[in-house]
Write a protein that binds this ligand. Structure first.
Ligand code: PEP
Length: 653
């Protein structure tokens, strides 16, 4: 789930919207040889233009080592874009990118107009070092900013990251575009929420390029396949003779470490069992070569592995065909040479035949899949090489992080002491298809013994599972308690803290809730922190003071950066399980007061990214109106979450 503002959530009509695209396309003699990246940006541009935005596009192209030059101008992109859109694109041929000439063109724009600025890298370090001046100049051109450049999202450059600060300062929005959303949905789901078995395939020349990817994917996948040049360092680490094959001596220990890690985690690590070899690297790359196949543990001293062999193709192919999710990054051999492309081709073919979600992680593997004609058989081919690799490493991409956080609606069920493990499995299986198309986060917080079966049943769905309570210690003599790391290990993602029933029957205090919230955050759990007043307190007119006190203590010592990782649930005690719902005005008044307090404590941007839920007899009949309030971002739902009718709370009509 991408918890970022998207272009669907910003004001478009009449607004100047700066869009960072990735138009870094290959050019030969001024001609674009592959326009995939331009096509990938079209949905965002079309939407912004057709809804009356003034669309100002920017991008880098090439490495631009020696300053502005016609060979790296975006002029050809403007022409191609105009053809693809069937609409005028005004190119501002200004090597300085910004300045009076650009400002004048932008000032003359009408609603729906599209302007393309010159290559942002023509500004050198101003761009690549995230320069404040250039960032501000870009922001001055626009009211809001949309980042749709997934291929550049791993770079903290001025046109990707720096600009967002100045857009925020003037009250504009920083959103992500459709391409970015799509990339993150495919890559993110494949890696973090895969339908299993999940097979990850890594290839390419150097182990050094993929150190963190190997380690991260080993933790997430069921089977890791390693091919390509990097496999030979692994084979050498296992004590095999690899002849003149590519070897990185400095990474032998690392490879042994990864082999051990796979064993410890109980993961399958597949390496080549044979290789197609040559005497030398083909020169030119597509030159005819004399090939011979050898077992991977008996390669002659004078030969080098150039592709995986037929037995390996069979071994890898079987694992891929049995998978439900496959992610691939890096070719299996020197696929640019037809005689050494068979292994790479076979992997692409196995993926095309697998009944699985298949994701190609950009760069060389994307080129290979395109060249070999399998592109339309894959679920998703990433447009980002380096960015998709960093994503697979588990890194946060600066270009994504710089966008404003959105308050995506969250509807969380709180089952209290209801449902056995077997009832849990059956219920989740039944409700999952009903809520699969929900436009919000769907969560069930369940009794401790139900967590594991619930997580199991929710695998591959959009349902998240949470606990109803936890302790703030990590382990020890605390009979009957459950530690945060236990919840994480069981697969829980959320935890309800300080529910009024726990406060009333089990003596929970605000101080205890605070300690638990800090621990939950530390372990990556999202705490749903409950607050609420009794009927007497409401009648005494002290509701807001009481809630403010609860929240102040619950957030004591929680830094601003952690606040968006929490959720607050306002639940008037008199409305819980009683059928008495607070009126929408009452619910909004308190949720609004909570937001105001969070603005005082943490500032506007943090408070605006925090989700505040309402809870108390939420049902299909009242959900829509409650959730439509400006400060209510969803609900914490008790009784109604135990029935299939919950579908109508999640998708209120
Ligand atoms: C709850 O348990 O948090 C709750 C709000 O219950 P109900 O929806 O049944 O009032």
């Amino acid at each position: 789930m991408l918890n970022k503002k998207t272009e669907d959530q910003i004001e478009i009509k009449g607004k100047r919207i700066l869009v960072r695209c990735d138009f870094n396309v290959p050019l030969k003699g001024g001609v674009i040889t592959d326009d995939t990246r331009i096509r990938a940006a079209l949905p965002t541009i079309k939407k912004l233009s057709s809804e009356g935005g003034k669309v100002i596009l920017c991008s880098h192209l090439g490495k631009v080592k020696n300053g502005p030059n016609p060979g790296e101008s975006l002029a050809a992109v403007a022409v191609r874009l105009e053809e693809l859109l069937g609409k005028k694109v005004t190119f501002v041929d200004n090597d300085n990118v910004t300045g009076p000439e650009t400002t004048a063109v932008v000032a003359a724009m009408q609603e729906g107009d599209i302007v393309l600025l010159q290559n942002t890298r023509f500004r050198g370090a101003d761009e690549t070092k995230n320069g404040e001046g250039f960032s501000k100049e870009l922001a001055d051109l626009a009211d809001s900013f949309v980042c749709d450049a997934f291929g550049s999202a791993h770079r903290a450059h001025a046109s990707v990251v720096g600009v967002t600060k100045y857009i925020s300062e003037k009250g504009g929005d920083n959103a992500v575009g459709y391409l970015m959303e799509k990339e993150i949905a495919f890559l993110g789901n494949a890696v973090d929420n895969p339908v299993r078995p999940f097979v990850a395939i890594l290839g390419g020349a150097k182990v050094a390029d993929k150190l963190n990817v190997i380690s991260n994917l080993l933790e997430k996948c069921d089977t890791l396949i390693i091919g390509g040049g990097m496999a030979y360092t692994f084979l050498k680490a296992m004590g095999f003779e690899i002849g003149k094959s590519l070897l990185d001596e400095t990474k032998l220990d690392y490879c042994r470490e990864m082999i051990d890690k796979a064993k410890k985690l109980g993961k399958t690590l597949l390496l080549p069992v044979d290789a197609v070899t040559t005497e030398a690297f083909p020169d030119p790359i597509d030159a005819k070569v004399e090939t011979k196949v050898f077992a991977a543990n008996a390669m002659p001293a004078d030969r080098m592995g150039m592709d995986i062999g037929p037995k390996t193709v069979k071994l890898f192919g079987e694992a891929i065909r049995n998978a439900k999710t496959v992610v691939w990054n890096g070719p299996m051999g020197v696929f640019e040479n037809p005689q050494l492309a068979e292994g790479t081709k076979a992997i692409a073919q196995a993926m095309a035949e697998a009944d699985a979600v298949t994701v190609i992680g950009g760069g060389d593997s994307a080129a290979a899949v395109n060249q070999l004609g399998y592109a339309d058989k894959m679920s998703h081919i990433s447009t980002g090489g380096g960015a998709s690799l960093e994503f697979l490493e588990g890194k946060e991409l600066p270009g994504v992080m710089a966008a404003d956080d959105s308050r995506r609606r969250l509807v969380a069920g709180n089952w209290k002491m209801n449902k056995t493990p077997s009832e849990t499995k059956a219920f989740i299986a039944e409700i999952a298809p009903l809520v699969a198309d929900a436009d919000c986060d769907v969560v069930f917080c369940v009794p401790a013994v139900d967590i594991i079966p619930a997580v199991e049943a929710a695998k591959g769905t959009n349902i998240g599972i949470g606990a109803e309570n936890m302790y703030f210690e990590e382990k020890g003599a605390f009979t009957g308690e459950i530690a945060p790391n236990m919840l994480v290990d069981a697969g829980a993602k959320y935890v309800v803290l300080g529910h009024s029933e726990r406060r009333e029957y089990f003596g929970e205090t605000d101080e205890g809730v605070n300690k638990k919230a800090i621990k939950a955050i530390e372990h990556g759990l999202i705490p749903i922190i409950c607050c609420g007043e009794s009927l007497t307190q409401r009648e005494q007119g002290i509701t807001l003071d009481w809630i403010r006190k609860q929240i102040r203590i619950a957030y004591y010592n929680i830094p601003a950066a952690d606040v968006p990782k929490t959720v607050i649930a306002y639940e008037p005690i008199w409305a819980i399980g009683t059928g008495k719902v607070a009126t929408t005005e009452q619910a909004q008044e308190v949720c609004g007061a909570i937001r105001k307090l969070m603005i005082e404590l943490y500032g506007n941007s943090v408070a605006q990214s925090l989700r505040i839920l309402y809870g108390g007899s939420v049902a299909p009949a009242n959900a829509k109106e409650l959730f439509a309030q400006p400060d209510i971002d969803g609900g914490l739902v008790g009784g109604a979450s135990l029935k299939l009718d919950f579908e109508k709370v999640v998708k209120p009509e």
